[in-house]
Ligand binder design. Structure first.
Ligand code: MTE
Length: 350
């Protein structure tokens, strides 16, 4: 991957090969809006209330808050770019995250992407993923679990309560965003699968379909893209499977119809277009850690004290801002997640 400074914003993450590529929605919104009582202030509030208080303190729902948010028409809002045409009637520009950070505009979240299945340049996914059809979609859950299964996406999602969660996303390339995701706790599907006592990890796999994902026709990475989490990380309440952002179904370029979001880890852990979850005893062989083991590791916790071999991780460029800001340990979620790594040498276990 390539660091992200002003001089190389549009250069690919991976610079080793000169022959780099040149260049569901799950349930449709109206269906699940009718079927499930979700996303109103009440639903989101209830979801937050169900979390332990130490987590609640670190989370903010994107649902309206009294005296803070108000509904606007599609053209309303202070930061016009956050309210792109067709976004749900909400003044997204006024929804702020727990550190009082403004959301990254919708336009940036959906045009500045890393998704090598659709090209290695930041602008490639939005261009090349437009015709990708994320329906029908199914997910295989297998490996060391009592209840493996093959689910249609809708059946996979329906038992869960969908929530909006505003999270920072910190890429290992030293840029970051603040994104209002829509999704549900990964723990829900893990609990349903009933992992065996021997299961210690969960591995995720992206769709492999070079016909539909043109980037897979080139050996830029060892396809399909694979990621993984330790089971306790996967069960952590901050870890979600995202089905949308900004109140809408996930755009193709952001990983439709289903992706992982693990906010305290570098963005490459948040695998897109998931078709399989497998419980394992052994640590999964993950794509970037296998591709360049001295640069990318399995844990990939955001850590300003551990530089990437080719650049510093002390600071980051928030998309839309000029000045770099300090990178926070665990991307600002240390209070919630640091205990998962008690006793581990976080310098060694990148
Ligand atoms: N998932 C797949 N399948 N393929 C990818 O290339 N890129 C990762 C991650 N998930 C990637 C992926 C990286 S490096 C980042 S930073 C995030 O997706 C970017 O997510 P975004 O484009 O929604 O911001």
């Amino acid at each position: 991957m390539e660091t992200d400074d002003a001089s190389n914003l549009e250069r690919p993450m991976l610079i080793r090969r000169p022959d780099d590529i040149p260049s569901s929605e799950i349930t449709p919104e109206h269906v699940y809006l009718n079927r499930r009582r979700f996303l109103g202030a009440a639903a989101a509030g209830a979801a937050l209330a169900a979390l332990p208080s130490r987590l609640r303190a670190g989370l903010r729902s994107a649902a309206p808050r009294a005296g803070h948010d108000r509904a606007h028409g599609p053209s309303g809002g202070v930061a016009g770019r956050a309210t792109a045409p067709g976004l749900p009637q909400k003044d997204w520009s006024k929804v702020r995250s727990e550190l009082d950070e403004p959301l990254t505009p919708y336009e940036d979240v959906t045009t500045y992407n890393n998704y090598y299945e659709f090209g290695t340049l930041k602008g490639d996914p939005v261009r090349h993923a437009q015709d990708f059809e994320p329906r029908p979609w199914s997910i295989q859950v297998d490996g060391l679990c009592a209840k493996p299964g093959h689910y249609d996406l809708e059946d996979f999602i329906v038992p869960s309560r969908i929530e909006d969660r505003v999270y920072r996303l910190r890429c290992v390339e030293a840029w970051s965003m603040v994104v209002p995701w829509r999704g549900f706790p990964l723990k829900d599907v893990i609990d349903r699968a009933e992992p065996l006592g021997s299961a210690r990890f969960v591995e995720f796999t992206t769709l492999y379909d070079p016909e539909r994902m043109p980037g897979q026709r080139r050996a830029v990475l060892d396809w399909p893209y694979v990621e993984g989490l330790r089971l306790d990380e996967a069960r952590h309440p901050l870890t979600i499977l995202a089905t949308g952002l900004y109140g809408r179904d996930l755009p193709n370029q952001n990983g439709a119809p289903l992706r992982l979001v693990v906010p305290w880890k570098y963005g490459f852990k948040s695998i897109k277009a998931i078709v399989r979850m497998r419980f394992t005893e052994e640590m999964p062989a993950t794509t970037w850690a296998m591709a360049i083991p001295n640069e990318y590791g399995f844990f990939a916790n955001v850590n300003p004290e551990v530089d990437h071999p080719r650049w510093s991780q002390k600071r980051e460029r928030r998309i839309g801002e000029l000045r770099r800001r300090r990178t926070l340990p665990f991307n600002g979620y240390a209070e919630q997640v640091a205990s998962l790594y008690a006793g581990m040498d976080l310098r060694r276990w990148f």
